[in-house]
Design a protein around this ligand. Structure first.
Ligand code: ATP
Length: 359
């Protein structure tokens, strides 16, 4: 078991692209850690640099304290699962799983024992003599995981491990992966562009943009308090409302004027009159048909979108559209007059220019 320490890391491709651009990161021993961000933000490059498949241009990578920055991939103690699984088509499942041991000249009896143990950990019993072409996508993915685990690396690196599975299998595999990681306790870094997957699986998430870290935190933190409007936009299955607003006079208590009214807000040290971007998640807004105590917004329901057990209601508040999530059974009809408010701690203030969280 081992932690990963990354300091001042940059990975520059020969064409000059700084895919990883000055990154500091600590992954704790046994942690399930997600690298999350839009396509091209550098997550795969970062994973490959940890594995030694790309050369670091600046900075250091340490695994289990040892500096591995210039070490060849095979000596770093990492096991990697690629997005396309990279199984050997001509080998059986058993041969695929034990291939890394064969390369290290581990005795045949030990290899057979390892194949037996990992295949039962990954629910692959009965499939050991098949070839990858005779397996479902989910089974192939588990063989790739089994091979990585059998190699007994100190850390497990997973590149978009679930992206080749269909929606139903992906949910099943998610649960399986989470349980497996917890049971094995192996330090795991996985890359995903799917925010829901990162929120569901990870102990902590690093959100990346343009090769840099934009936020590092638990799923709860990055969801409830995005550090900037980039993360606010990226996280959440319904987008956060980001609205122009201004901090109200102190005499009005903690509130921020927005659209045709105001919302309660813990304004902290942000001065009265400051123009800000107000962030509030649809899930944290409440919708009522009568008066509410304290700051609120009045509006009219435009449309409601069914999300399964809940509905996303669009409310027109004096020309500004605001999304509110409500339980499916309390979905109001279009044209209904409503009042919106939110708990003070759920209303976030961002700098209008930089997009960074102020309070
Ligand atoms: P995706 O989710 O699409 O895989 P990503 O976040 O994993 O994206 P990377 O694949 O790490 O991003 O790419 C980061 C940047 O580096 C992109 O601008 C990409 O075009 C560039 N890049 C990736 N691989 C190479 C390469 N071999 N040579 C040059 N540029 C590259």
């Amino acid at each position: 078991m081992a932690g990963i320490d990354i300091e001042g890391l940059a990975t520059v491709y020969p064409n000059g692209v700084r895919a990883v651009d000055g990154l500091d990161l600590h992954v704790a021993d046994g942690e399930f850690f997600a690298l999350l961000g839009p396509s091209g933000c550098g997550k795969t490059t970062l994973l490959r640099t940890i594995a030694g498949l790309e050369n670091a241009s600046e900075g250091t990578v340490r695994i289990d304290v040892a500096d591995v920055t210039r070490m060849e991939p095979g000596k770093r103690g990492v096991a990697m699962v690629f997005q396309d699984y990279a199984l050997f088509p001509h080998m059986t499942v058993s041969e695929n799983i034990t291939y890394p041991l064969k390369v290290r000249r581990v005795a045949a009896a030990t290899r057979t024992a390892t194949a037996g143990r990992t295949s039962s950990e990954l629910s692959l019993q009965g499939l050991l003599e098949r070839r990858p072409g005779q397996l479902s996508g989910g089974q192939q993915q588990r063989v790739a995981l089994a091979r990585a685990i059998a190699s007994e690396g100190k850390v497990l690196l997973l590149d978009e491990p679930l992206s080749n599975l269909d929606a139903r299998l992906r949910l099943e595999a998610r649960t399986f992966l989470k349980k497996l990681q917890r049971d094995l306790g192996i330090t795991t870094v996985f890359v995903t562009h799917d925010q829901a997957e990162a929120l569901a699986l990870a102990d902590r998430i690093a959100v990346m943009q343009n090769g840099r870290l934009r936020q590092l935190g638990s799923p709860r933190e990055v969801f409830a308090r995005p550090a900037n409007t980039f993360v606010a936009n990226f996280i959440g299955s319904t987008p956060m409302n980001l609205l122009d607003g201004a901090v109200a006079a102190v005499s009005d208590g903690g509130s921020v004027s927005v659209a045709n009214g105001s919302l309660p807000a813990a304004t902290g040290s942000v001065p009265a009159g400051a123009e800000v971007t107000v962030g509030v998640r649809p899930e944290y807004l409440t919708l009522s048909d009568g008066d509410v105590n304290g700051p609120s917004l009045r509006g009219e329901v435009v449309v409601a979108e069914n999300l399964g057990t809940s509905s996303l209601v669009s409310v027109d508040c004096g020309g500004t559209l605001i999304g509110v999530t409500v339980p499916e059974e309390s979905e109001p009809a279009p044209g209904t007059s409503v009042v919106l408010t939110a708990p003070e701690q759920r209303v976030l203030l961002y700098d209008r220019e930089s997009g960074e969280l102020l309070a």
